[in-house]
Design a protein around this ligand. Structure first.
Ligand SMILES: *[C@@H]1O[C@H](CO)[C@@H](O)[C@H](O)[C@H]1NC(C)=O
Ligand SMILES: *[C@@H]1O[C@H](CO)[C@@H](O)[C@H](O)[C@H]1NC(C)=O
Length: 208
């Protein structure tokens, strides 16, 4: 082949090659662009999903809290009672459970006014308070008991011939069936009359 033909022919082939490459490059850029769009779409969908999940999580927490509240309100437990007109009570050689028979309120009937014993109807946190009164010429000693174990006491030393009152309160965690009551400790005294100096009070704060 003469040179004068060969050169233009090579040139032509070469340019054809370049055009083909350019086209391929173009397709590639287009494909990459589409991929990029897909990724962006996927990312925005993911972000949306994440925010939906987190708002659902929050709603679930609120619902769980509301359920707990409902459970707590299911039980209405509270009592308040006094010894009333028993006059002098004591002393005895052994501890005696005090029967607060003068009942003001006994919601849920968990307090037994015949025995003086409160029985927890549900596992929960409970609040109790009790008081003692007598002349301080004699020892006044009361204990709040849970299932036979003394939790807290009220105590008054015999300091003089005057009337004295003392009170204590505590919150306790109770299992269903736990018993709480007040005992007059051995060799001590308590006095009450229609002024109602001696009270025993218990409330369920919340179920656990
Ligand atoms: C308890 O107090 C009453 C009056 O409040 C009194 O008459 C009685 O003697 C007192 N008891 C004792 C043991 O001191
Ligand atoms: C009850 O006893 C106290 C002394 O402990 C006395 O001051 C009060 O007057 C008495 N109340 C009644 C109603 O008898």
């Amino acid at each position: 082949m003469p040179h004068n033909i060969l050169y233009p022919l090579l040139l032509l082939l070469f340019s054809c090659d370049c055009i083909a490459e350019d086209q391929q490059e173009g397709n590639k850029v287009q494909a990459e662009g589409t991929e990029q769009l897909k990724v962006e779409k996927f990312q925005s969908e993911l972000a949306e999903l994440k925010s939906t999940v987190s708002s659902l999580k929050y709603k679930l927490q609120v619902t769980e809290e509301q359920l707990k509240q409902l459970r707590r309100n299911e039980y209405k437990v509270g009592f308040g009672a006094t010894l009333g007109s028993i006059g002098n009570f004591g002393p005895f050689s052994a501890p005696v459970t005090l029967v607060y028979s003068n009942v003001y309120v006994n919601e849920g009937s968990a307090y037994n006014p015949n025995t003086g014993i409160f029985t927890a109807p549900v596992k929960g946190a409970y609040f109790f308070s009790f008081s003692g009164h007598n002349r301080s010429s004699k020892v006044l000693n009361l204990g709040l008991f849970k299932n036979g174990e003394q939790m807290v006491i009220v105590f008054n030393n015999p300091l003089g011939d005057r009337y004295e009152s003392t009170a204590n309160s505590i919150s306790l965690s109770l299992e269903k069936g736990d018993c709480v009551y007040v005992r007059l400790r051995e060799t001590s005294w308590v006095f009450d009359n229609n002024s109602h100096h001696n009270s025993f009070v218990g409330h369920l704060l919340f179920a656990l």
